[in-house]
Design a protein around this ligand. Structure first.
Ligand SMILES: Nc1ncnc2c1ncn2[C@@H]1O[C@H](COP(=O)(O)OP(=O)(O)OP(=O)(O)O)[C@@H](O)[C@H]1O
Ligand SMILES: [Mg+2]
Length: 281
């Protein structure tokens, strides 16, 4: 369809913020919208995304269920950053000219592969648990006044990679911070985190968007490799499947809102003609 895929990177140098869960749901949403997608697991040692898709394949086989799949690849970080880099370039060189989107799931810490992915991002999604522990990765916040003292570690990584990208091809990154696992209960904390994010977004250059609420279903679906969208589709099947609850419907709406908030190009990478790998510095 296009000569260069739109690159979506899901990253945060903090572990357990919902990167792989978000990546999985974004990938399946895109597939269900009819796009072709390449999924790259850059946290292959942990392998959550790879395992998620292996489970999905097994479920499709076991239940004879047609489940859309992306093209898949994984890179494990080694002690040879140059070799890792070459591996990622080779994958991007293969995927980018053929597919609409490439989605990269990063590890919850800084390494050379994760940096490289950030350098290629057209859209960067950073899920953040709705807590000051996670926010600390983006900004140093005064505990008394909630003023922002300075941007912190991960914000600096993104800033550096944005600069490098700008110097390389004048490209820009649309950075979206998602508030993941939003709880209905903790109203005071939620409001405070929201206020700090609101003040921070112009300073370090991101858009904020609501992510996924805290729901047990997101944890349960992993073993079958399913997403909320598959469950909802199964519920519509004439041969039975899962009964849809109000919670499923609300979750479906919030996933749609998340996808809308990403403002992804309907036809990816308009005007881009070179494969992602060719854009490497
Ligand atoms: N919206 C949600 N509601 C409930 N549980 C969630 C939600 N999002 C993620 N989780 C759960 O939180 C845990 C961490 O999620 P996930 O593996 O997606 O995070 P991660 O950022 O990829 O972690 P890591 O940094 O270790 O790779 C998992 O058990 C996952 O099922
Ligand atoms: Mg992960």
């Amino acid at each position: 369809m296009n000569t260069s895929a739109h690159a979506i990177v899901v990253g945060n140098e903090k572990g357990g913020t919902g990167k792989s869960t978000t990546a999985m749901h974004v990938i399946v949403s895109l597939l269900k919208d009819g796009f072709t997608v390449g999924a790259i697991d850059l946290d292959a040692r942990q392998g959550t995304l790879s395992r998620y898709f292996a489970n999905r394949e097994a479920t499709a086989h076991r239940r004879r269920m047609p489940l859309p799949m992306p093209e898949r690849a994984a890179v494990m970080v080694s002690d040879d950053p140059e070799a890792d880099r070459e591996k990622l370039f080779a994958i991007l060189g293969d995927f980018a000219p053929r597919l609409d989107y490439v989605v990269m799931d990063c590890p919850g810490h800084d390494n050379s592969l994760s940096r490289l992915a950030h350098n290629f991002a057209d859209t960067l999604i950073t899920p953040l648990n709705d807590s000051f522990v996670d926010l600390d990765n983006l900004a140093d916040v005064d505990p008394e006044t909630f003023d922002i003292r300075k941007p912190s570690r991960y914000a600096e990584t993104v800033w550096e990679e944005r600069k490098r990208r700008m110097l390389r091809d004048r490209g820009s990154v649309d950075w979206i911070v998602l508030r993941n696992r939003l709880s209905q209960l903790d109203a005071k904390n939620k409001r405070r985190v929201g206020e700090v994010l609101e003040r921070l977004k112009d300073r370090i250059g991101f858009r904020s968007a609501p992510g996924l609420s805290e729901r047990v279903i997101y944890r349960e679906l992993f073993l079958d490799g399913l997403t909320l969208l598959d469950v909802i589709d199964a519920g519509k099947r004439p041969d039975g499947g899962v009964e849809l609850s109000l919670s499923h419907v609300a979750a479906r709406q919030e996933l749609r809102a998340l996808m809308d908030a990403l403002e992804l190009p309907a036809k990816p990478a308009s005007g881009a003609t070179e494969p992602v790998a060719a854009k490497a510095c």
